[in-house]
Design a protein around this ligand. Structure first.
Ligand SMILES: NC(=O)c1ccc[n+]([C@@H]2O[C@H](COP(=O)([O-])OP(=O)(O)OC[C@H]3O[C@@H](n4cnc5c(N)ncnc54)[C@H](OP(=O)(O)O)[C@@H]3O)[C@@H](O)[C@H]2O)c1
Length: 204
């Protein structure tokens, strides 16, 4: 089975990888305890298909602190506990040259050329792969066109600072538009597919 590689991208209108506060930014729940469309699209609808999640070191340590089951607060809604259980059990790849070990279960630390690492993961047995961040890692993924598709959550804020997704590049990359959803608080959920040589786009 071919492992589909999806990059999750969370950005402000000016392409900054931050999570600012804005009207509605804390409202990502549906009916009591359930995820909204944003969270379902990025995560909950994909728990069955995704078996590997890749993060840069800062993103990985931040997720362990906040989103592992141990990091959950009793008052958190059910969908966040589901998310934590998923993250605890999924195969996690932390990219780091500095980190030598981790106590987060089902995790491995890899380092080196990102294109080679993604190619190696594609060759391994397993389901689909999410490249989760942070912005430094994802901007490299974009530059090298390593993902099969991009789920881009755009927040209605011009933030003006913070890590950038869009950095100078020497080559043009064309993507294929797949879908857009309008969120209730002005966010957009964009879905683009990579265009490979010969014009093929992986299925959505
Ligand atoms: N999904 C998300 O997690 C997300 C989304 C939006 C914003 N943010 C925010 O962004 C910030 C962190 O993002 P970031 O972009 O600075 O950090 P990051 O991408 O999570 O981590 C960067 C680190 O990853 C390691 N790394 C990356 N590529 C590597 C490779 N090919 N081989 C080995 N190591 C590699 C390096 O760690 P070493 O120094 O250990 O070598 C590098 O310093 C946080 O403040 C977070 O709140 C996160």
């Amino acid at each position: 089975m071919t492992r589909k590689v999806t990059a999750n991208v969370y950005m402000t209108l000016d392409g900054r990888g931050v999570f600012p506060t804005y009207p509605g930014s804390d409202a990502h729940t549906g009916p009591p305890g359930e995820a909204d469309e944003f969270f379902r699209t990025m995560w909950a609808d994909r728990y069955k298909d995704v078996t590997t999640v890749v993060m840069g070191r800062r993103s990985f340590t931040g997720h362990q602190r906040v989103h592992s089951t141990k990091g959950r607060k009793p008052t958190d809604p059910k969908f966040l506990f589901d998310y934590s259980r998923f993250l605890d059990q999924v195969d996690k790849v932390c990219l780091s040259r500095r980190l030598k070990k981790t106590d987060w279960e089902n995790s491995r630390i890899l380092k080196g050329d990102l294109a080679r690492i993604v190619a190696k993961l594609r060759r391994e047995k397993g389901g689909n792969i999410i490249l989760e961040g942070g912005p430094r890692l994802i901007s490299e993924v974009i530059r090298l066109n390593l993902a099969d598709d991009y789920r881009i959550f755009v927040m209605p804020v011009v933030y003006g600072r913070g890590p950038r997704y869009w950095n100078p590049m020497t080559t043009q990359t064309n993507l294929k538009f797949l879908s857009v959803s309008h969120m209730p608080y002005g966010e957009l959920l964009l879905h683009y597919g990579a265009v490979r040589k010969g014009g093929a786009t992986p299925s959505a």
